[in-house]
Design a protein around this ligand. Structure first.
Ligand SMILES: C[S@@+](CC[C@H](N)C(=O)[O-])C[C@H]1O[C@@H](n2cnc3c(N)ncnc32)[C@H](O)[C@@H]1O
Length: 272
């Protein structure tokens, strides 16, 4: 198959990939036949999938605005995906042009697109890396250039940790980022929930055939990623319920992805 000019030569086209399926479901064009076939099968089992992803994206936008309002001016977006509507640097720099953003993804297309998009933006960069390789991410050129570790930052993990299995030690990785954050920093998290529903089991099995198998977790397991931070109101909630800017009623169809934002305190008080 002939690759389009924007596609790096080393991409895996034998299996669908979460970044490209997500891009397709959000209406993007950086995907391949194998991803689109997968996305359509996904929609057969869960017609609300596109809406769930839009709700996740809307949560991400609200959380970034919240962080800027709290004074955050630097963002590390881990598992950032293929650029789409409402990228972190666009949201943050619209509110505060001095904001600096580094995108990290382990999918070459996502990073290639980020680099293209950021060609003329001195305050943003992209890194091709596995987020569990905390040292490689933090020592990368863009992070060293753009993120000042002595100042508060926001570390974003939106809809990515459910692609990181236990064997890859995601809890250690997140703890590594929390450890590296200055007090006053924020951890922004969204994560697919494990439910007993048959159709979610089907979706999970589908993702197991992709290059990005799913590792959904319970609410308690998701909350455990926030250790070392104080979770801000309203706590760990379904994405549409995290500080909605307009009230749009209930979204039972979106009860798939949990959202939370935590602040690293000056001195951590351990609850008894
Ligand atoms: C569903 S997309 C989420 C994109 C974006 N964060 C959002 O919420 O809109 C998940 C992204 O995580 C990336 N990803 C999965 N595992 C990763 C890992 N171990 N390290 C870095 N990126 C990863 C995928 O390539 C994909 O781009």
């Amino acid at each position: 198959m002939e690759l389009p000019r924007w596609a790096p030569a080393d991409i895996d086209l034998q299996r669908p990939n979460a970044a490209r399926v997500y891009d397709y479901l959000l209406g993007g064009a950086s995907n391949f036949e194998i991803d689109r076939v997968f996305a359509h099968k996904l929609l057969e089992h869960a017609p609300e999938a596109a809406s769930v992803l839009q709700q996740n994206r809307a949560f991400l936008a609200r959380a970034v605005r919240f962080c800027v309002e709290q004074g955050i001016r630097q963002f590390l977006d881990l598992g950032s995906g293929i650029p789409t509507v409402g990228n972190v640097h666009e949201i943050a720099q619209r509110l505060a042009p001095e904001c600096r953003v580094v995108y990290v993804d382990n999918e070459p297309i996502a990073v290639a697109h980020c680099e293209l998009m950021l060609k003329h933006n001195d305050n943003a960069g992209a890194v091709l890396a596995d987020l569990v390789d905390v040292d490689a991410v933090l020592d990368s050129e863009p992070v060293r250039q753009l993120i000042d570790p002595t100042q508060p930052m926001a570390v974003i993990l939106a809809a990515v940790l459910h692609f990181v299995p236990e064997e890859a030690n995601p809890y250690d990785a997140v703890a590594g980022y929390v450890d590296a954050m200055a007090p006053g920093s924020f951890l922004v998290l969204s994560h697919g929930a494990r439910t007993g529903q048959q159709r979610f089991q089907t979706l999970r099995r589908m993702y197991d055939q992709s290059s990005t198998p799913a590792a959904v977790r319970t609410r308690e397991e998701i909350q455990a990623f926030m250790i070392g931070t104080e979770i801000v109101e309203p706590g760990v909630v379904w994405t549409p319920r995290w500080r909605p800017e307009i009230t749009t009623g209930s979204h039972p169809e979106a009860e798939v992805i949990y959202a939370a934002v935590g602040r690293k305190p000056e001195v951590l008080t351990i609850a008894e």
